[in-house]
Design a protein around this ligand. Structure first.
Ligand SMILES: *[C@@H]1O[C@H](CO)[C@@H](O)[C@H](O)[C@H]1NC(C)=O
Ligand SMILES: *[C@@H]1O[C@H](CO)[C@@H](O)[C@H](O)[C@H]1NC(C)=O
Ligand SMILES: *[C@@H]1O[C@H](CO)[C@@H](O)[C@H](O)[C@H]1NC(C)=O
Ligand SMILES: CC(=O)N[C@H]1CO[C@H](CO)[C@@H](O)[C@@H]1O
Length: 659
């Protein structure tokens, strides 16, 4: 009956590799649907070279004791300067004329060499001095120790959906050679203190994703400003990044404190770092993932002090990024994207990863709340009992999860799939396989842009073209099996023994394409009675039940079990979905969400009063945990937006439609 099948797995491309589940061989995508994903390569071992030659000998001028980078900044900024009377920063010169300077304390004496009569004023597009001694310029593609990487905001696929910590990052390069670049993030303070074995407390910052605090061997860089020469031990342990900024290992920092050379408060401790392999950072600079910036140490130190003193971790240091963007002449770019989707996602990431449990976050236990300045932190103790009860109920329900179970993603305001795996937000999952090591499910309510076209011939020989949407079932596929799974939920088809039941009780059956065609031509079913799914979702179980597959997901409240009595309703809602197109995908998406709603307890999720939407921030209430920090966007709305962005990016290949 079927004449032709034109089903193209475009973005749903599925790759090779092996997880065995009940005889299936499951294929794992080598890259997230083939789209450039993230930037950082993990490197666990660092070879720190010992090179102390910070001074780049510049011919005849002795600048060995000065900040040669400031010196170069002066040259660079003068090169790119453009006359603009209004923007001139002037100071009287000895002969009474006004002349432009880029003032640099450390250049007393030699600065005059570079202020000649023809000096043109600095270009405001390039440089906005805050204080005479502060400077920054766009360093193009010059990667070197002491340079600062600023998160780019012009790439088509930004950091909204994953690795949110790179969004608007300010990252200081500590080390750079042909094989490896190591940087630490300067603008992600936490409100947490680390207690060492000597009962000393250290304020911790998030330095990057590699070897972070959850790694068995965390890498902690301890930055300080104690000059060399102060103490032998300082000289021995510390490495200079740029003028006035040094760093040592956590071990050495502890030693320095133990010996009484300094206090823990003399250090900024960055746990984790960012690493780039050979050529990687350069490639990313070429793709505009970052802006390279050179700036002076005082600017960085001032920002670090400010963040230590009063920045709330949920602010995620965005203002420091904005300051540097302004200083390198990119204030327009910075302004355009202020408060956008990526900003909100970053703030939620920060709440989850930088804010302590005491303060309503998720990042661990703060040791001594009073030690750390935080603003209006909310305590959540009152919610603990509720949470406990919920967990108990979930655990009981999880026991019954097995093949044939229908699950729906958590209805919590703060979706567990906000920051990653957004495809599961408001998803409906059918469990199709389960063993000791793996759970396998199909997402049922995410139509793809892929049509399934078939030509049917009726008894009179009339041919009719039928187009059905193919659902995106997940990122894995079954090796050696037809890539499409056909499902139905119809009394007539069950009676006709079309295929076989998935599990005991769900009423959902699986059949082959041939079964479906036979049933349609026999007049038992309509084409729309079938749901075609491409791809699988897989949950690997951990050793000793560390992660318990889908059952574990239900226990943790990330998924809820859908009552059998609701499956019919869900199925009806699923049948209203059509092929995903760029034009109408928002509407089609909301049909998927309707199916998810039909799966839940009625009414409660309907009575959703709208938040008062006023100007930016006006509707914001510090105490309202349902809103993204310092915004009037509901977290539940942001979660829907994240799903939208995921679908636009991975199923439509059009990230820009998403956010
Ligand atoms: C980079 O790696 C290569 C090959 O391992 C090695 O020969 C070279 O010395 C390394 N370069 C640096 C600067 O470490
Ligand atoms: C921290 O490191 C672990 C691996 O050790 C990684 O799975 C996790 O994503 C990292 N966390 C962040 C926030 O980068
Ligand atoms: C689960 O994994 C273990 C270790 O790899 C293996 O020995 C066992 O046979 C697997 N169980 C099933 C049901 O595949
Ligand atoms: C149910 C629904 O809204 N489906 C829409 C999905 O997108 C297609 C293509 O734009 C529309 O024709 C459907 O109406």
């Amino acid at each position: 009956m079927i004449i032709r099948v034109r089903a193209v797995l475009s973005l749903l491309a599925l790759f090779s590799l092996d997880v065995a589940v009940e005889g299936f061989s499951i294929v794992k995508p080598s890259q997230h649907l083939g789209i450039h994903q993230g930037s950082l390569k993990i490197k666990h071992q660092l070879n720190l070279k010992d090179d102390d030659d910070d001074e780049e000998a510049d011919d005849d001028i002795d600048i060995s004791d000065r900040d040669w980078r400031a010196f170069r900044a002066q040259l660079v900024m003068k090169d790119s300067a453009v006359t603009d009377e209004e923007d001139e920063k002037t100071s009287p010169s000895s002969d009474g004329k006004s002349e432009t300077i880029i003032y640099e304390d450390d250049l007393d004496g030699i600065g005059s060499l570079f202020t000649d009569d023809e000096a043109t004023p600095m270009n405001e597009d390039n440089f906005t001095p805050l204080e005479p001694s502060q400077w920054a310029y766009d360093a193009g593609k010059l990667i070197e120790q002491g340079a600062v990487i600023l998160g780019g905001v012009e790439q088509e696929f930004g950091f909204g959906l994953r690795q949110q910590y790179f969004h608007k990052v300010v990252c200081l390069i500590l080390d750079h050679d042909e094989n490896f670049t190591k940087g630490i993030i300067l603008n992600r303070p936490t409100d947490m203190l680390l207690l060492d074995e000597n009962d000393e407390k250290w304020r911790i910052w998030f330095g990057g994703d590699v070897q972070n605090l959850s790694h068995p061997m965390p890498d902690i860089v301890c930055m300080h400003t104690i000059p060399k020469g102060t103490d032998d031990l300082i000289d021995k342990t510390s490495k200079t990044v740029m003028k006035d900024i040094q760093w040592c290992s956590f071990r050495d920092a502890k030693l320095l404190v133990k010996k009484g050379v300094c206090k823990t408060s003399d250090f900024w401790c960055f746990a984790g770092y960012c690493g780039w392999g050979p050529g990687q950072l350069m490639g990313e600079l070429e793709r505009k993932s970052w802006y390279m910036c050179a700036t002076d140490s005082q600017t960085l130190l001032k920002e670090l002090q400010k963040q230590s003193a009063y920045t709330d971790p949920r602010d995620a240091g965005i203002d420091t990024w904005e300051l540097l963007m302004n200083m390198i002449g990119r204030s327009d770019t910075a302004e355009e994207c202020s408060g956008d989707f990526e900003d909100l996602m970053l703030k939620e990431w920060a709440r989850n990863n930088l804010l302590s449990v005491e303060a309503g976050g998720n990042a661990g236990i703060r040791l001594q709340p009073s030690d750390v300045a935080t603003t209006n932190m909310r305590l959540v103790q009152g919610e603990t009992i509720d949470d406990f009860m919920k967990q108990t109920v979930s655990a009981l329900k999880a026991g019954s999860v097995g093949v044939g179970s229908v699950l729906r993603a958590s209805s919590a305001d703060r979706s567990p799939f906000l920051l990653q795996d957004q495809e599961f937000h408001k998803s409906i999952i059918l469990v199709i396989a389960e063993d000791d090591n793996t759970s396998v499910g199909l997402i049922l309510n995410e139509p793809s842009s892929q049509p399934f076209e078939m030509e049917l011939r009726d008894k009179k020989g009339q041919s009719k073209e039928v187009v059905l949407p193919v659902r995106f079932g997940g990122q894995y596929s079954i090796r050696g099996q037809a890539p499409l799974v056909w499902l139905h939920y119809s009394e007539a088809l069950r009676e006709a023994k079309c295929g076989s039941a998935v599990g005991k009780d769900s009423g959902i059956w699986q059949c082959t394409q041939a079964d479906a065609v036979d049933a349609i031509s026999a007049g038992i079913a309509k084409p729309s009675d079938f749901l075609i799914v491409s791809g699988l979702s897989v949950w690997i179980k951990g050793e000793r039940g560390v992660s318990d597959g889908l059952r574990g997901e239900v226990k943790k409240g990330r998924f809820e079990v859908v009552k059998e009595s609701r499956i019919g309703k869900v199925w009806n809602a699923l049948q209203t979905q059509t092929i995903l197109t760029k034009m109408d995908f928002v509407k089609n998406l909301s049909n998927g969400i309707n199916a998810w709603k039909a799966a839940g307890e009625s009414s409660t999720d309907e009575v959703e009063e709208e938040a008062p939407i006023s100007g930016i921030g006006e509707g914001y209430d510090e105490e309202d945990d349902k809103l993204v920090f310092k915004s009037d966007v509901k977290v539940s709305k942001l979660s829907d937006d994240a799903l939208k962005s995921w679908v636009a990016t991975f199923l439509l290949g059009a990230p820009s439609l998403g956010a």
